[in-house]
Design a protein. Structure first.
Length: 136
């Protein structure tokens, strides 16, 4: 499993995003716990965002908690990927998570404003999905 993730990250870094994503999405075994470990060891924000996207696209049991962790990442591309996951995994839990992040502060005031604005934009959308009023 770890080899599959390592190989996919190599393909991703080499610019073969489709092959990297496909290999992980088609894996039959549960991957999210191993994706979380790879995420925590990965220095490159683009690669971390890729791992987050794989996790929410797989929709495994541990995907929501990984999304919650990734929303706290300082790199905008990572938390944006996680925010996409809150929409893809729209549920009352994801809605509560978004609401709990409304007042989150980032190191930079401009980053704080961007994050909070994106959270505020996502809340009504996820709420609509939960209520069955919108389609992803």
């Amino acid at each position: 499993m770890e080899t599959k993730i390592t190989d996919s990250l190599k393909a991703f870094r080499a610019g073969d995003d489709d092959a990297a994503m496909t290999a992980l999405l088609e894996a039959e075994e549960e991957l999210v716990p191993a994706l979380v470990e790879a995420f925590r060891q990965e220095a490159n924000p683009e690669a971390r965002a890729f791992l987050v996207t794989v996790a929410w696209e797989r929709r495994e049991e541990h995907s929501p908690s990984f999304i919650a962790e990734a929303l706290n990442d300082a790199a905008e591309e990572v938390w944006q990927a996680a925010l996409d996951g809150t929409v893809a995994l729209a549920s009352p839990e994801m809605l509560d998570l978004l609401k709990s992040l409304r007042a989150t502060e980032r190191a930079d005031p401009a980053a704080t404003r961007r994050f909070q604005m994106c959270i505020e934009d996502a809340i009504p959308y996820v709420d609509g999905l939960v209520r069955g009023q919108q389609r992803p």
